[in-house]
Design a protein around this ligand. Structure first.
Ligand code: SAH
Length: 376
């Protein structure tokens, strides 16, 4: 840690980007200022992407100086960017306390998707995921989640804009629901960033009690990391399954009122050779998903040094997909983006030693499905 980050950390203050427009109005009112001044601040922060109070010239100087005394406005800074030959861009970002996270920008012809992290590390220890091997450091704040988007916007070419957002980076979003919810409110606020909720996807390994509350925040899409058709296998891949087994997970989704034909679940199924890629697995899936409006996204395992798994051959992947397709499931194969810069699913790992001399501090999950997880 540099002495600059240390001293900033020492007097860590609340961040204005932890507040949605509504929360800023309340904060202003509580301080005896008109609520519409809070609106003006929200517009600067989230619509104009300005986090320098000196530039917010329509706010009275007295308000600006009081805010400057008590709040931070910045939370992350870009440490490094890497660009893949396919245009995928990986951003390495540092928080005020020195922890580092990654976000991935995936440009396509008709849309630009950003994959964001919600935690530093992850407590779930999924055996095939790079993040699982790293342990858990802390939750990200709302400001840090929102800043991933604002920083990524600054990296984008003139005339392009972010169209889709996937919470599929490092961490389990539903174990950080308050911060994730407020970030979703900020980013879907029609008067600010104005992302359409249907273009936002939150992925979970299945923290069941939080699924209902998440879907109450806004009509976003839910992605669920399934990866297995039996508890025996899923217990190993996703240890959270011991607490919330497959039948309970699927029961919760079946009963969830905010899941319906227009808002199906995107199931993620990372295919691993000899682990979950059999024809029997494929045959079990349609029955398991019966009654849940769903799309299934097959992601051939992206190899990394912390996991003993690899992808099946293309023939096995195709056969698996064909069985599902023939059974009437909506199936897609996730395209591999950014592999040459370790930015593909489960490959994001900041290999730079930050704490341990021989290990990475952070890694992120994946780049998001490019066909399914966002409506056109
Ligand atoms: N904790 C949440 C959010 C992370 S999303 C969740 O589990 O859903 C991360 C996604 O990346 C998961 O769906 C997982 O399937 C995928 N993933 C992780 N490691 C992978 C790997 N090595 N290869 C392919 N996909 C991987």
């Amino acid at each position: 840690m540099t002495s600059a980050t240390e001293s900033r950390h020492a007097k860590r203050r609340p961040n204005l980007k932890d507040y949605s427009r509504e929360a800023l109005r309340k904060l202003f009112k509580a301080r005896g200022w008109p609520a519409y001044r809070g609106d003006q601040l929200a517009t600067w922060l989230y619509k104009n992407g300005v986090d320098d109070l000196d530039r917010m010239t329509n706010l009275p100087a007295a308000i600006r100086s009081e805010l400057a005394r008590e709040f931070d406005l910045r939370s992350l800074e870009v440490v490094e960017t890497q660009r893949s030959t396919d245009g995928t861009q990986k951003l390495l970002l540092a928080a005020l306390d020195g922890v580092r996270i990654e976000a991935v920008l995936i440009p396509e012809e008709r849309r630009n998707t950003l994959c964001v992290s919600t935690q530093v590390g992850c407590p779930l220890t999924c055996s095939f995921c790079a993040t699982g091997a790293l342990g858990f450091t802390r939750n990200l704040t709302t400001a840090e989640i929102v800043d991933q988007i604002l920083q990524a916007m600054r990296q984008m070419e003139e005339g392009t804009t972010l169209t889709n957002l996937v919470f599929m980076g490092m961490g389990e979003p539903l174990l950080n629901l308050p911060a994730v919810s407020e970030a979703i409110r900020i980013l879907t606020d029609p008067k600010s960033f104005a992302l359409a909720p249907r273009r936002v996807t939150v992925s979970t390994a299945g923290v069941l009690p939080q699924i209902g509350p998440l879907l109450e925040v806004a009509p976003i899409h839910l992605a669920v990391s399934l990866h297995a058709t039996t508890d025996e296998v899923r217990d190993v891949l996703v240890p959270l399954n011991k607490r919330f087994p497959i039948a309970e997970l699927l029961h919760t989704l079946r009963e969830e009122p905010n899941i319906h034909r227009r808002r199906p679940v995107f199931f993620e199924y990372t295919l691993m050779e000899g682990v979950n890629d059999s024809v029997e697995d494929a045959r079990r899936l349609p029955g398991l998903l019966d009654g849940i409006p769903s799309k299934l996204n097959i992601i051939p395992m992206n190899p990394h040094r912390d996991a003993p798994y690899r992808a099946p051959t293309p023939e096995v992947v195709d056969r698996f997909a064909a069985v599902l397709h023939d059974a009437g499931l909506r199936v897609t194969l996730r395209r591999d983006r950014g592999r040459d810069i370790d930015a593909a699913c489960g490959q994001l790992a900041n290999r730079r030693p930050v704490c341990a001399p021989d290990g990475p501090l952070v890694a992120a999950g994946d780049e998001g499905d490019l066909e399914v997880e966002a409506a056109p």
